[in-house]
Design a protein around this ligand. Structure first.
Ligand SMILES: *Cc1c(COP(=O)(O)O)cnc(C)c1O
Length: 241
């Protein structure tokens, strides 16, 4: 990475940390209730290494090949043991083998087939933590289970050994647009709240909010915010791997 970019990345990260902290406080919540996932897709491993050295632990990646290449590269770095990886992109069932066991959390499970594919790839006795991605605005171009199909999918996934469902994720209409996204965050919280009695247990996590609307997401109950541009700056073109 060019040397003069280094302070910018640090400053951006610090600014997001500050913004997140004040949103958490304003919402009357505790700092440890919300995890900042730095979305590093298309950004080089060096940028991840630099943030990891500053204390950023959680990184989100969308594309398996790119993610696994960065994981391999960072495995050589002294900060790597502290890094937790999140798979946040649409995942084809045939790519599940690349994801299972290599991410602390897979945010984007939206079918029983995908949950089963992940489970099959997990070593004996281990379970992959997952979220169900909800297409909360029922937009045809977006991945995710529809709100009306969520309860059934959750009940099916409950019976899959090898995965552990711990919450929901969304990429709502008008995401990144501040207040415009808020009603969808409210809807997600309601969906989660109505699912819990059906499953007979808590679903602790809501992954929602990105650059431009993470404050609103935090106010509506997000426990994981996925922030890319505000931390790393504009995304470069997708790398050739
Ligand atoms: C890229 C991406 C983000 C981050 O978006 P920014 O606007 O850069 O903060 C968050 N969530 C998902 C699912 C993404 O693909």
């Amino acid at each position: 990475m060019p040397h003069e970019l280094a302070p910018t990345l640090r400053e951006r990260w610090l600014a997001v940390r500050d913004g997140l902290e004040s949103a958490i406080r304003a919402a009357g919540r505790a700092s440890d209730e919300v995890l900042l996932v730095a979305v590093s897709k298309f950004h080089p491993a060096d940028a991840i290494r630099e943030l990891a050295a500053l204390g950023q632990r959680d990184f989100g990646e969308n594309y398996m090949q790119e993610a696994r290449a960065k994981q391999a590269e960072l495995a050589k770095s002294p900060f790597c043991p502290d890094v937790r990886w999140h798979a946040i992109g649409a995942l084809q069932t045939n790519k599940a083998r690349d994801a299972a066991g290599h991410f602390a959390l897979v945010h984007s499970v939206d079918s029983l087939k995908l949950a089963e594919a992940l489970a099959r790839r997990m070593p004996e006795g281990r379970r992959q933590d997952i979220l169900l991605q909800v297409n909360v605005g029922e937009e045809p171009q977006k991945a995710g289970v529809s709100p009306s199909g969520l309860a059934q999918l959750a009940e099916q996934v409950e019976n899959v050994e090898g995965v552990r469902l711990i919450g929901l994720m969304c990429l709502p209409p008008r995401c990144g647009e501040g207040e415009a996204a808020r009603p969808w965050f409210v809807r997600m919280r309601e969906l989660r709240d109505s699912l819990e009695p059906r499953l007979g247990r808590r679903l602790p996590h809501l992954s929602m909010g990105m650059s431009g609307d993470y404050r609103q997401a935090v106010e509506e109950g997000a426990t994981l915010v996925r922030v890319g541009t505000d931390i790393f700056g504009p995304r470069p073109p997708r790398p050739e791997i």
